[in-house]
Design a protein. Structure first.
Length: 413
Protein backbone atom coordinates (compact mmCIF):
# COMPACT_ATOMS: atom_id res chain seq x y z
CA UNK A 1 0.00 0.00 0.00
CA UNK A 2 2.76 2.42 0.89
CA UNK A 3 5.00 1.97 -2.18
CA UNK A 4 2.79 3.97 -4.63
CA UNK A 5 2.67 6.82 -2.10
CA UNK A 6 6.47 6.80 -1.78
CA UNK A 7 6.82 6.77 -5.57
CA UNK A 8 4.34 9.65 -5.85
CA UNK A 9 6.30 11.66 -3.27
CA UNK A 10 9.54 10.95 -5.16
CA UNK A 11 7.92 12.09 -8.42
CA UNK A 12 6.84 15.36 -6.78
CA UNK A 13 10.32 15.90 -5.35
CA UNK A 14 12.04 15.22 -8.67
CA UNK A 15 9.66 17.54 -10.53
CA UNK A 16 10.48 20.22 -7.96
CA UNK A 17 14.28 19.87 -8.36
CA UNK A 18 14.42 18.42 -11.91
CA UNK A 19 18.05 17.41 -11.32
CA UNK A 20 19.80 14.20 -10.21
CA UNK A 21 23.54 14.80 -10.00
CA UNK A 22 24.56 16.08 -13.43
CA UNK A 23 21.46 14.66 -15.11
CA UNK A 24 18.70 17.14 -16.01
CA UNK A 25 15.34 15.38 -16.07
CA UNK A 26 12.24 16.41 -17.99
CA UNK A 27 8.77 16.11 -16.47
CA UNK A 28 7.71 13.29 -18.80
CA UNK A 29 10.82 11.27 -17.92
CA UNK A 30 10.13 11.63 -14.19
CA UNK A 31 6.51 10.53 -14.56
CA UNK A 32 7.54 7.60 -16.78
CA UNK A 33 10.05 6.47 -14.15
CA UNK A 34 7.28 6.63 -11.54
CA UNK A 35 4.97 4.47 -13.66
CA UNK A 36 7.76 1.95 -14.30
CA UNK A 37 8.51 1.82 -10.56
CA UNK A 38 4.94 0.84 -9.57
CA UNK A 39 4.81 -1.71 -12.40
CA UNK A 40 8.12 -3.34 -11.48
CA UNK A 41 7.20 -3.52 -7.79
CA UNK A 42 3.86 -5.14 -8.62
CA UNK A 43 1.72 -2.33 -7.22
CA UNK A 44 -0.37 -2.43 -10.38
CA UNK A 45 -0.63 -5.24 -12.91
CA UNK A 46 0.13 -4.67 -16.61
CA UNK A 47 -3.56 -5.30 -17.39
CA UNK A 48 -4.69 -2.74 -14.79
CA UNK A 49 -2.07 -0.29 -16.09
CA UNK A 50 -3.39 -0.56 -19.65
CA UNK A 51 -6.99 -0.19 -18.47
CA UNK A 52 -6.07 2.89 -16.44
CA UNK A 53 -4.92 4.84 -19.52
CA UNK A 54 -7.82 7.06 -20.55
CA UNK A 55 -8.06 6.51 -24.31
CA UNK A 56 -10.42 9.47 -24.74
CA UNK A 57 -7.90 11.87 -23.21
CA UNK A 58 -5.01 10.43 -25.25
CA UNK A 59 -6.95 10.70 -28.53
CA UNK A 60 -8.16 14.19 -27.65
CA UNK A 61 -4.60 15.36 -27.03
CA UNK A 62 -3.33 13.63 -30.18
CA UNK A 63 -5.95 15.35 -32.35
CA UNK A 64 -5.28 18.76 -30.82
CA UNK A 65 -1.51 18.30 -31.11
CA UNK A 66 -1.94 17.60 -34.84
CA UNK A 67 -3.92 20.84 -35.29
CA UNK A 68 -1.45 22.83 -33.18
CA UNK A 69 1.57 21.47 -35.09
CA UNK A 70 -0.07 22.27 -38.45
CA UNK A 71 -0.93 25.82 -37.35
CA UNK A 72 2.64 26.42 -36.28
CA UNK A 73 4.24 24.72 -39.30
CA UNK A 74 2.13 26.70 -41.78
CA UNK A 75 2.64 30.09 -40.15
CA UNK A 76 -1.11 30.40 -39.52
CA UNK A 77 -0.55 30.46 -35.76
CA UNK A 78 1.65 33.58 -35.94
CA UNK A 79 -0.90 35.16 -38.31
CA UNK A 80 -3.67 34.42 -35.81
CA UNK A 81 -1.62 35.68 -32.86
CA UNK A 82 -1.02 38.96 -34.67
CA UNK A 83 -4.75 39.48 -35.26
CA UNK A 84 -5.60 38.58 -31.66
CA UNK A 85 -3.03 40.77 -29.92
CA UNK A 86 -2.21 43.59 -32.39
CA UNK A 87 -4.27 46.10 -30.39
CA UNK A 88 -2.15 45.56 -27.28
CA UNK A 89 0.20 48.55 -27.19
CA UNK A 90 1.78 47.92 -23.79
CA UNK A 91 2.88 45.00 -21.66
CA UNK A 92 -0.07 45.64 -19.36
CA UNK A 93 -2.64 45.47 -22.15
CA UNK A 94 -0.92 42.40 -23.65
CA UNK A 95 -1.06 40.49 -20.35
CA UNK A 96 -4.70 41.46 -19.85
CA UNK A 97 -5.50 40.45 -23.45
CA UNK A 98 -3.91 37.03 -22.91
CA UNK A 99 -5.63 36.50 -19.55
CA UNK A 100 -9.11 37.39 -20.78
CA UNK A 101 -8.73 36.25 -24.41
CA UNK A 102 -7.28 32.85 -23.59
CA UNK A 103 -9.51 32.58 -20.53
CA UNK A 104 -12.69 33.03 -22.56
CA UNK A 105 -11.39 30.68 -25.27
CA UNK A 106 -10.61 27.96 -22.70
CA UNK A 107 -14.16 28.18 -21.35
CA UNK A 108 -15.53 27.06 -24.72
CA UNK A 109 -12.69 25.15 -26.37
CA UNK A 110 -11.39 23.46 -23.18
CA UNK A 111 -8.27 24.50 -21.30
CA UNK A 112 -6.01 21.78 -22.72
CA UNK A 113 -6.89 22.86 -26.27
CA UNK A 114 -5.86 26.45 -25.61
CA UNK A 115 -2.73 25.28 -23.77
CA UNK A 116 -1.68 23.32 -26.87
CA UNK A 117 -2.41 26.10 -29.37
CA UNK A 118 -1.40 28.97 -27.10
CA UNK A 119 2.10 27.87 -26.04
CA UNK A 120 3.86 28.50 -29.38
CA UNK A 121 1.93 31.77 -29.68
CA UNK A 122 3.31 32.88 -26.30
CA UNK A 123 6.86 31.95 -27.33
CA UNK A 124 6.44 33.94 -30.55
CA UNK A 125 5.14 37.01 -28.70
CA UNK A 126 8.01 36.77 -26.20
CA UNK A 127 10.57 36.66 -29.01
CA UNK A 128 8.98 39.51 -30.98
CA UNK A 129 8.62 41.90 -28.06
CA UNK A 130 11.64 40.80 -26.06
CA UNK A 131 9.53 39.79 -23.09
CA UNK A 132 10.45 37.00 -20.70
CA UNK A 133 8.87 33.78 -22.04
CA UNK A 134 8.34 32.75 -18.42
CA UNK A 135 5.97 35.68 -17.86
CA UNK A 136 3.85 34.82 -20.90
CA UNK A 137 3.85 31.08 -20.17
CA UNK A 138 2.67 31.77 -16.61
CA UNK A 139 0.01 34.14 -17.96
CA UNK A 140 -1.24 31.46 -20.33
CA UNK A 141 -1.25 28.79 -17.61
CA UNK A 142 -3.27 30.92 -15.18
CA UNK A 143 -5.59 32.16 -17.95
CA UNK A 144 -6.64 28.70 -19.13
CA UNK A 145 -7.05 27.41 -15.58
CA UNK A 146 -9.12 30.30 -14.24
CA UNK A 147 -11.02 30.90 -17.49
CA UNK A 148 -12.13 27.28 -17.74
CA UNK A 149 -13.81 27.41 -14.30
CA UNK A 150 -16.88 29.22 -15.58
CA UNK A 151 -18.00 26.69 -18.18
CA UNK A 152 -19.26 23.09 -17.88
CA UNK A 153 -17.08 22.19 -20.88
CA UNK A 154 -14.04 24.22 -19.86
CA UNK A 155 -12.19 21.16 -18.58
CA UNK A 156 -12.79 17.42 -18.08
CA UNK A 157 -13.71 17.64 -14.39
CA UNK A 158 -16.39 20.26 -15.08
CA UNK A 159 -17.86 17.99 -17.77
CA UNK A 160 -17.99 15.17 -15.21
CA UNK A 161 -19.75 17.37 -12.65
CA UNK A 162 -22.20 18.79 -15.21
CA UNK A 163 -23.18 15.29 -16.38
CA UNK A 164 -23.15 13.31 -13.13
CA UNK A 165 -23.82 16.03 -10.56
CA UNK A 166 -27.44 16.62 -11.52
CA UNK A 167 -26.72 20.25 -12.42
CA UNK A 168 -29.74 21.82 -14.16
CA UNK A 169 -29.01 23.96 -17.26
CA UNK A 170 -25.26 23.66 -16.63
CA UNK A 171 -24.17 26.60 -18.84
CA UNK A 172 -26.57 28.97 -17.10
CA UNK A 173 -25.85 27.52 -13.64
CA UNK A 174 -22.07 27.72 -13.98
CA UNK A 175 -22.27 31.29 -15.31
CA UNK A 176 -24.66 32.36 -12.57
CA UNK A 177 -22.37 31.26 -9.74
CA UNK A 178 -18.90 31.46 -11.27
CA UNK A 179 -18.75 34.18 -13.95
CA UNK A 180 -18.25 37.23 -11.71
CA UNK A 181 -15.71 35.64 -9.33
CA UNK A 182 -13.83 34.26 -12.35
CA UNK A 183 -13.52 37.74 -13.87
CA UNK A 184 -12.26 39.01 -10.53
CA UNK A 185 -9.76 36.15 -10.27
CA UNK A 186 -8.38 36.91 -13.74
CA UNK A 187 -7.75 40.49 -12.55
CA UNK A 188 -6.06 39.13 -9.41
CA UNK A 189 -3.79 37.03 -11.64
CA UNK A 190 -2.84 40.17 -13.59
CA UNK A 191 -1.88 42.09 -10.44
CA UNK A 192 0.16 39.19 -9.04
CA UNK A 193 1.98 38.68 -12.34
CA UNK A 194 2.79 42.39 -12.40
CA UNK A 195 3.94 42.28 -8.78
CA UNK A 196 6.29 39.31 -9.24
CA UNK A 197 7.53 40.32 -12.72
CA UNK A 198 7.43 44.10 -12.41
CA UNK A 199 10.80 44.42 -14.20
CA UNK A 200 9.09 43.18 -17.38
CA UNK A 201 6.34 45.81 -17.29
CA UNK A 202 8.23 48.60 -19.08
CA UNK A 203 6.54 51.68 -20.55
CA UNK A 204 7.83 51.24 -24.10
CA UNK A 205 5.03 50.81 -26.66
CA UNK A 206 4.77 47.42 -28.36
CA UNK A 207 5.15 47.33 -32.12
CA UNK A 208 3.40 44.40 -33.81
CA UNK A 209 4.36 43.00 -37.20
CA UNK A 210 2.59 40.31 -39.16
CA UNK A 211 4.54 37.17 -40.06
CA UNK A 212 4.01 35.85 -43.59
CA UNK A 213 2.20 32.55 -44.14
CA UNK A 214 4.84 29.90 -44.89
CA UNK A 215 2.57 27.24 -46.41
CA UNK A 216 -0.74 28.54 -47.77
CA UNK A 217 -2.29 25.11 -48.35
CA UNK A 218 -1.49 23.94 -44.82
CA UNK A 219 -2.69 27.29 -43.45
CA UNK A 220 -6.04 26.78 -45.20
CA UNK A 221 -6.31 23.28 -43.75
CA UNK A 222 -5.40 24.64 -40.31
CA UNK A 223 -8.13 27.26 -40.60
CA UNK A 224 -10.64 24.57 -41.60
CA UNK A 225 -9.58 22.49 -38.58
CA UNK A 226 -9.97 25.46 -36.24
CA UNK A 227 -13.41 26.26 -37.65
CA UNK A 228 -14.36 22.59 -37.22
CA UNK A 229 -13.38 22.75 -33.56
CA UNK A 230 -15.52 25.85 -32.98
CA UNK A 231 -18.49 24.45 -34.94
CA UNK A 232 -18.39 21.05 -33.25
CA UNK A 233 -18.08 22.59 -29.79
CA UNK A 234 -21.18 24.69 -30.55
CA UNK A 235 -22.96 21.50 -31.64
CA UNK A 236 -21.88 19.85 -28.39
CA UNK A 237 -23.26 22.78 -26.40
CA UNK A 238 -26.59 22.61 -28.27
CA UNK A 239 -26.78 18.85 -27.76
CA UNK A 240 -26.27 19.44 -24.04
CA UNK A 241 -29.40 21.59 -24.08
CA UNK A 242 -31.64 19.66 -26.46
CA UNK A 243 -30.32 16.07 -26.58
CA UNK A 244 -28.22 15.39 -23.46
CA UNK A 245 -28.54 11.65 -24.03
CA UNK A 246 -26.32 11.88 -27.15
CA UNK A 247 -22.74 10.82 -26.33
CA UNK A 248 -20.86 13.47 -28.33
CA UNK A 249 -17.39 13.41 -26.79
CA UNK A 250 -14.71 16.08 -27.04
CA UNK A 251 -12.49 13.32 -28.43
CA UNK A 252 -14.65 13.33 -31.56
CA UNK A 253 -14.13 17.08 -31.90
CA UNK A 254 -10.34 16.77 -31.75
CA UNK A 255 -10.12 13.81 -34.14
CA UNK A 256 -12.52 15.41 -36.65
CA UNK A 257 -10.39 18.57 -36.61
CA UNK A 258 -7.21 16.56 -37.26
CA UNK A 259 -8.66 14.63 -40.23
CA UNK A 260 -8.34 17.39 -42.91
CA UNK A 261 -4.65 17.81 -42.05
CA UNK A 262 -3.84 14.11 -41.90
CA UNK A 263 -5.67 13.32 -45.16
CA UNK A 264 -4.99 16.32 -47.38
CA UNK A 265 -1.65 17.78 -46.30
CA UNK A 266 1.49 16.45 -48.03
CA UNK A 267 3.34 17.43 -44.84
CA UNK A 268 1.40 14.94 -42.70
CA UNK A 269 4.49 12.82 -41.93
CA UNK A 270 6.46 15.86 -40.77
CA UNK A 271 3.52 17.05 -38.67
CA UNK A 272 3.20 13.64 -37.02
CA UNK A 273 6.92 13.66 -36.22
CA UNK A 274 6.64 17.12 -34.69
CA UNK A 275 3.64 16.62 -32.40
CA UNK A 276 4.38 16.48 -28.70
CA UNK A 277 4.82 12.73 -28.18
CA UNK A 278 6.61 13.37 -24.89
CA UNK A 279 3.48 14.89 -23.36
CA UNK A 280 1.45 11.90 -24.55
CA UNK A 281 3.96 9.62 -22.79
CA UNK A 282 3.62 11.79 -19.67
CA UNK A 283 -0.15 11.35 -19.62
CA UNK A 284 -0.05 7.60 -20.19
CA UNK A 285 2.48 7.27 -17.35
CA UNK A 286 0.47 9.60 -15.10
CA UNK A 287 -2.67 7.49 -15.52
CA UNK A 288 -0.73 4.38 -14.48
CA UNK A 289 0.89 5.99 -11.43
CA UNK A 290 -2.31 7.72 -10.26
CA UNK A 291 -4.28 4.48 -10.63
CA UNK A 292 -1.77 2.66 -8.43
CA UNK A 293 -2.13 5.43 -5.82
CA UNK A 294 -5.92 5.23 -6.17
CA UNK A 295 -5.85 1.47 -5.54
CA UNK A 296 -4.20 2.01 -2.16
CA UNK A 297 -7.39 3.69 -0.96
CA UNK A 298 -5.24 6.08 1.10
CA UNK A 299 -6.90 9.35 0.12
CA UNK A 300 -10.41 7.88 0.15
CA UNK A 301 -9.98 6.48 3.68
CA UNK A 302 -8.22 9.63 4.94
CA UNK A 303 -11.10 11.90 3.87
CA UNK A 304 -13.62 9.49 5.45
CA UNK A 305 -11.69 9.03 8.71
CA UNK A 306 -11.26 12.77 9.36
CA UNK A 307 -15.04 13.15 9.82
CA UNK A 308 -15.03 16.41 7.91
CA UNK A 309 -18.15 18.25 6.85
CA UNK A 310 -17.58 17.31 3.23
CA UNK A 311 -20.53 19.33 1.90
CA UNK A 312 -19.51 22.71 3.37
CA UNK A 313 -18.32 25.06 0.64
CA UNK A 314 -14.98 26.00 2.30
CA UNK A 315 -14.20 22.31 2.92
CA UNK A 316 -15.06 21.38 -0.67
CA UNK A 317 -12.73 24.10 -1.97
CA UNK A 318 -9.86 23.19 0.38
CA UNK A 319 -10.08 19.42 -0.15
CA UNK A 320 -10.38 19.88 -3.92
CA UNK A 321 -7.31 22.11 -4.16
CA UNK A 322 -5.09 20.02 -1.88
CA UNK A 323 -6.00 16.47 -2.92
CA UNK A 324 -5.90 17.39 -6.63
CA UNK A 325 -2.15 17.97 -6.23
CA UNK A 326 -1.67 14.27 -5.41
CA UNK A 327 -4.17 12.36 -7.52
CA UNK A 328 -4.99 15.04 -10.15
CA UNK A 329 -8.29 16.87 -10.42
CA UNK A 330 -10.28 14.41 -12.55
CA UNK A 331 -9.71 11.43 -10.17
CA UNK A 332 -10.44 13.78 -7.26
CA UNK A 333 -13.82 14.67 -8.77
CA UNK A 334 -14.49 10.99 -9.53
CA UNK A 335 -13.87 10.31 -5.81
CA UNK A 336 -15.64 13.31 -4.32
CA UNK A 337 -18.70 13.61 -6.57
CA UNK A 338 -20.45 10.40 -5.36
CA UNK A 339 -19.74 11.43 -1.75
CA UNK A 340 -21.45 14.79 -2.33
CA UNK A 341 -24.35 13.15 -4.16
CA UNK A 342 -24.99 10.68 -1.32
CA UNK A 343 -24.73 13.50 1.23
CA UNK A 344 -27.47 15.44 -0.60
CA UNK A 345 -25.26 18.32 -1.77
CA UNK A 346 -26.93 21.30 -3.46
CA UNK A 347 -26.16 22.68 -6.90
CA UNK A 348 -24.06 25.42 -5.30
CA UNK A 349 -21.87 22.78 -3.62
CA UNK A 350 -21.45 20.93 -6.93
CA UNK A 351 -20.33 24.20 -8.50
CA UNK A 352 -17.87 24.69 -5.60
CA UNK A 353 -16.35 21.30 -6.46
CA UNK A 354 -15.90 22.47 -10.07
CA UNK A 355 -14.23 25.70 -8.92
CA UNK A 356 -11.95 24.06 -6.35
CA UNK A 357 -10.81 21.16 -8.51
CA UNK A 358 -10.06 23.53 -11.40
CA UNK A 359 -8.19 26.32 -9.60
CA UNK A 360 -6.11 23.57 -7.99
CA UNK A 361 -4.13 23.92 -11.22
CA UNK A 362 -2.82 27.29 -10.07
CA UNK A 363 -1.12 25.93 -6.95
CA UNK A 364 1.59 23.61 -8.34
CA UNK A 365 2.61 22.40 -11.79
CA UNK A 366 1.02 18.96 -11.37
CA UNK A 367 -2.30 20.48 -10.28
CA UNK A 368 -3.51 20.72 -13.90
CA UNK A 369 -2.76 18.83 -17.09
CA UNK A 370 -2.70 22.14 -18.98
CA UNK A 371 0.35 23.26 -16.94
CA UNK A 372 2.26 20.17 -17.99
CA UNK A 373 1.22 20.64 -21.63
CA UNK A 374 2.48 24.24 -21.61
CA UNK A 375 5.81 23.41 -19.96
CA UNK A 376 6.49 20.29 -22.05
CA UNK A 377 5.57 22.13 -25.25
CA UNK A 378 7.79 25.10 -24.39
CA UNK A 379 10.76 22.87 -23.52
CA UNK A 380 10.37 20.93 -26.77
CA UNK A 381 10.03 23.99 -29.01
CA UNK A 382 12.44 26.48 -27.49
CA UNK A 383 14.13 25.04 -24.42
CA UNK A 384 12.18 27.48 -22.22
CA UNK A 385 10.68 26.11 -19.03
CA UNK A 386 9.06 26.98 -15.72
CA UNK A 387 10.59 25.54 -12.57
CA UNK A 388 8.56 24.37 -9.59
CA UNK A 389 9.58 27.50 -7.66
CA UNK A 390 8.89 29.93 -10.53
CA UNK A 391 5.39 28.55 -10.83
CA UNK A 392 4.50 28.12 -7.17
CA UNK A 393 5.81 31.47 -5.89
CA UNK A 394 2.93 33.11 -7.80
CA UNK A 395 0.66 30.07 -7.82
CA UNK A 396 0.41 29.73 -4.03
CA UNK A 397 -0.79 33.28 -3.25
CA UNK A 398 -2.95 33.25 -6.39
CA UNK A 399 -4.68 30.01 -5.35
CA UNK A 400 -5.28 31.29 -1.82
CA UNK A 401 -6.93 34.43 -3.22
CA UNK A 402 -8.88 32.35 -5.78
CA UNK A 403 -10.28 30.15 -3.00
CA UNK A 404 -11.27 33.15 -0.87
CA UNK A 405 -13.01 34.87 -3.79
CA UNK A 406 -14.98 31.78 -4.86
CA UNK A 407 -15.81 31.07 -1.21
CA UNK A 408 -17.12 34.62 -0.73
CA UNK A 409 -19.31 34.52 -3.86
CA UNK A 410 -20.61 31.00 -3.27
CA UNK A 411 -21.50 31.88 0.30
CA UNK A 412 -23.89 34.61 -0.86
CA UNK A 413 -27.60 33.76 -0.46
Amino acid sequence: MIIPLIVLAAVFLLIAVRQVGQVRLQIWQIMLLGAIAVLITGQISPAEALQSINVDVMLFLFGMFVVGAAMEESGYLSHLAYNLFKRARSIDSLILSILFGMGVASAFLMNDTIAIIGTPAMLLLAKKHRISPKLLLLTLAFAVTIGSVTSPIGNPQNVLIAINGDVPNPFITFSRYLLLPTILNLLVAYFLLKLFHREQFHSRPLSHSQEPIKDHQLARLSKISLLLIVALVIIKILLGFFAPQVDFRLTYVALAAAIPILIFSPRRARILRNIDWQTLIFFAAMFVLMQSVWLTGFFQSTITSLNLNIISIPMILIISVLVSQFISNVPLVALYLPMLTHAGASVKEMVALAAGSTIAGNLFILGAASNVIIIQNAEKKSGETLTFFEFSRIGIPLTVLNVLIYWAFLSLP
